[in-house]
Write a protein that binds this ligand. Structure first.
Ligand code: GUN
Length: 321
């Protein structure tokens, strides 16, 4: 008599890496096993993007003698912003870029900041300008971001670049939404004809994210939820792809997610000494098809896309293909 061995239904590793075959393909597929989501490894995908940028920057240097140069402006001493800017500087160094950090005091005036931006705009040695957000409250963020020369606007916040992106002919693509699109394509997750629910309507993530998912080629059907949306859970339960960019720790509950959903968590929230996303990862991971971890998901992609935009900015300014 054939005796079926006893198997442990639970996997030893909590998450399987991207590109792994579906779980139920093993010989004991009739034994119900709890689903464990495919882990979308942003660190690894970002590393591949950064290596490509490095190769292209090296080729540019050889052919033109020019090194892409990012100027970052940091106003005040917000600890999270300091970490983000330091990480951007490090990423520039490993990509073979120049970077210059302009540190300004928290009480910098609007005219002083505008003067610095004007100087960077007219400096031909500087290809990309990044004003780290949030700015101190007394500054007019919109006026400051509008002052960055569109060709140096590597965050893609300038209305000219927002308009080009919305029309489907992007010059620069906003870094975080661009990183999400790259994660989906690198992991082989299709978007065409799928229902994507974006939670959050910020200018930095939610709005451009919806636009990119909607554009020709991506072809998703997009729902955007925000603080006045009556029942976000009901909409989420209909989503093939959920992008959570709401800035509230573990806002998206496990039971809001379909079993075959792909979950992209843009949130980075400090909870005690832990970083957590906008999705309740522990509740979601055993329910959905694929999920990004926090940290190690979208975060590294944002920086990789900033490098790509800075390389593009350098190319545009020196007329190098
Ligand atoms: N603060 C949080 N995210 C961002 C970003 O993508 N760009 C800038 N400039 N500041 C930020």
């Amino acid at each position: 008599m054939l005796v079926r061995p006893t198997v442990r239904a639970f996997r030893t590793s909590r998450c399987r890496p991207a590109f792994a075959p579906p779980h139920n393909s093993n010989e004991f597929s009739r034994i119900p096993t709890p689903m464990t989501a495919q882990l979308i490894d942003g660190k690894q995908i970002a590393e591949q993007c950064r290596q490509q940028v490095r190769q292209q920057a090296d080729a540019m240097l050889q052919q033109t003698g020019i090194t892409p140069h990012l100027a970052a402006i940091l106003c005040g001493d917000d600890p999270a912003s300091q970490v983000y800017v330091r990480n951007k500087e490090k990423a520039c160094a490993t990509a073979g870029f120049r970077s210059t950090l302009h540190r300004l005091p928290a009480d910098v005036t609007q005219p002083q900041l505008l003067q610095l931006i004007a100087a960077l705009n007219s400096n031909p040695d500087v290809h990309g300008i990044l004003v780290q957000l949030p700015l101190p409250r007394h500054l007019d963020t919109v006026a400051i971001l509008d002052a960055v020369a569109p060709l140096k606007d590597v965050d893609a916040f300038h209305p000219e670049n927002v308009g080009l992106m919305l029309q489907g002919r992007p010059r620069f693509v906003p870094c975080t939404p661009s990183g999400v699109m790259r994660l989906l394509s690198a992991t082989g997750i299709p978007t065409a004809g799928r229902h994507a629910v974006v939670i959050g309507r910020s200018d930095i993530v939610g709005k451009p994210m919806a636009a990119l998912l909607l554009q020709k080629g991506a072809d998703a059907t997009v729902t955007v939820c925000h603080s006045r949306t009556p029942d976000i859970a009901v909409l989420c339960r209909q989503a093939d792809i959920v992008v959570a960019a709401v800035g509230i720790p573990r806002f998206v509950r496990g039971d809001w997610l379909k079993p075959d959903a792909v979950v992209i968590d843009v949130g980075i929230n400090r909870l005690g000494d832990k970083l957590v996303g906008d999705v309740d990862f522990d509740a979601a991971v055993d329910r959905v098809a694929a999920i990004t971890p926090v940290p190690g998901g979208v975060g590294p992609m944002t920086i990789a896309m900033l490098l790509e935009n800075t390389l593009t900015a350098a190319r545009l300014q020196i007329n190098h293909p």
